[in-house]
Design a protein around this ligand. Structure first.
Ligand code: ASP
Length: 325
C-alpha cells in the first residue's frame, strides 16, 4: 500500500528543494519496500532525472527493464551539453572515447570500451551482448562492429563546451587523473520492471583528459555495473580505478545477499575503498547506487554532494546521498 505519511514527507522535502531552486530532497530515502510488481528506476547524478523519464516511458507501459535501462541512458548520450556521449570531454590527445556496459536479469552482459565516433555506445554494448559470443569489444574492433551493425560513424568533432574545456586544460596540460565532485562523467542506471526483473546500464566518456586508451570501471562488468536478478542491481560512478580494485558493484550485490539494505551495502563498499586508499581517499569521489529485489533503493558516496534520481509509480525526485566524509 502506498504510505501517505511518506508521501507527505517526500512532497514537503521536494517543495523545500524546489523553493531553494534545486529539485533535491533533503535526506536519503526511507527504505520502504514497494508493492511487488511496481517498476522502479534509479540513476546517477542530476542528469538521471531526464534519463529516468526515458526509462519510465518503457517501464510504465510494462516494458522490460533491459529496454528501459537502454532507452534511459540514451537520453543522456544524446544530450550534447552533458557529461556523457560524444558531447563530453575528450582524452588528453583531444579525442572523445566512450565506454559502456549493460546487463540483464539472466546474466547476459555486453560492453564496449575506447569506442570513438558512435553516438550510442550503450546500444552497441547491447548488440555485443545479443549478437556476439563475447562480453566486451574495444577500440577499432568495437567501432567496426558498430558500423557493421548499422550505427552511423559520427564526425570526429568536439562539442562547443568540450572544445572550450579542452582548450582551457591545454593551457597547463597537467595530467591529474582524479575524479572528484567537480569532475565526473558517467550515467549509471538500474531498474526493476513490472515482472520483477532487474537490469542495469552504465555509459561514460570516462575521466576528462585521460590518457589515451584508458578504461575505467564503467565498461567492466562487476566493477561499474552488476546485476544478480535474485538479489539486486548496482552501478558505480567516480574514480574508476578504485571501483575496479574492489570489484565494486559486484561487492555491493554480495553485501546485499548477506542481508544488508542497499544503502548499507553501498556504504560497506565505499568504506572498503576508503580503507584501501587511506589518506588519498579524501581526494577522490566514488559512489554506488543499488536496487534490491524488493524494489528498495539506496546509495552511499565517499564525498558529499552526490545525488541520484529516483522514479517509481509514486514519485520522481532527486535524492541526496550520505557520505563517508
Ligand atoms: N567511473 C568513470 C570512470 O572512471 C567516471 C565517472 O564516473 O565520473 O571512467
Amino acid at each position: 500500500m502506498f504510505n501517505r505519511r511518506y508521501f507527505l514527507r517526500s512532497s514537503l522535502f521536494s517543495s523545500l528543494g524546489l523553493l531553494a531552486g534545486r529539485k533535491v530532497v533533503a535526506a536519503t530515502p526511507v527504505q520502504r519496500p514497494l508493492v511487488t510488481g511496481q517498476p522502479v528506476v534509479i540513476s546517477t547524478w542530476d542528469a538521471g532525472l531526464a534519463a529516468n523519464k526515458g526509462a519510465w516511458e518503457v517501464l510504465s507501459r510494462n516494458g522490460a527493464a533491459l529496454d528501459a535501462v537502454e532507452a534511459g541512458v540514451k537520453v543522456t548520450e544524446s544530450s550534447q551539453n552533458c557529461c556523457v556521449g560524444l558531447g563530453a570531454n575528450p582524452d588528453r590527445d583531444g579525442y572523445v572515447t566512450l565506454d559502456a556496459s549493460i546487463m540483464d536479469h539472466e546474466w547476459n552482459c555486453g560492453a564496449v570500451g575506447f569506442l570513438e565516433r558512435i553516438k550510442h555506445p550503450i546500444s552497441v554494448a547491447r548488440r555485443v551482448m545479443e549478437k556476439t559470443p563475447h562480453v566486451m569489444l574495444v577500440g577499432v574492433g568495437a567501432q567496426q562492429f558498430a558500423v557493421a551493425e548499422g550505427f552511423p560513424l559520427e564526425p570526429a568533432v568536439l562539442s562547443d563546451d568540450a572544445k572550450k574545456s579542452y582548450e582551457k586544460w591545454l593551457k597547463k596540460a597537467e595530467y591529474k587523473p582524479v575524479i572528484n565532485i567537480e569532475n565526473h562523467d558517467t550515467i549509471g542506471m538500474v531498474a526493476m520492471d513490472a515482472a520483477g526483473n532487474l537490469s542495469g546500464s552504465c555509459t561514460t566518456s570516462g575521466m576528462g583528459f585521460k590518457m589515451r586508451g584508458r578504461l575505467g570501471d564503467s565498461p567492466i562488468i562487476g566493477a561499474g555495473l552488476f546485476v544478480d536478478n535474485e538479489v539486486g542491481a548496482v552501478t558505480a560512478t567516480g574514480q574508476g580505478e578504485d571501483v575496479i580494485r574492489v570489484c565494486g558493484s559486484h561487492s555491493v550485490v554480495e553485501y546485499m545477499r548477506q542481508g544488508m539494505s542497499p544503502e548499507e551495502a553501498c556504504k560497506a563498499a565505499v568504506e572498503k575503498i576508503a580503507r584501501i586508499k587511506k589518506e588519498k581517499a579524501k581526494d577522490i569521489q566514488v559512489a554506488f547506487i543499488a536496487l534490491n529485489k524488493k524494489g528498495e533503493t539506496g546509495s552511499y558516496a565517499l564525498q558529499k554532494g552526490f545525488t541520484y534520481a529516483l522514479r517509481n509509480n509514486n514519485e520522481e525526485r532527486m535524492v541526496e546521498v550520505k557520505s563517508y566524509f
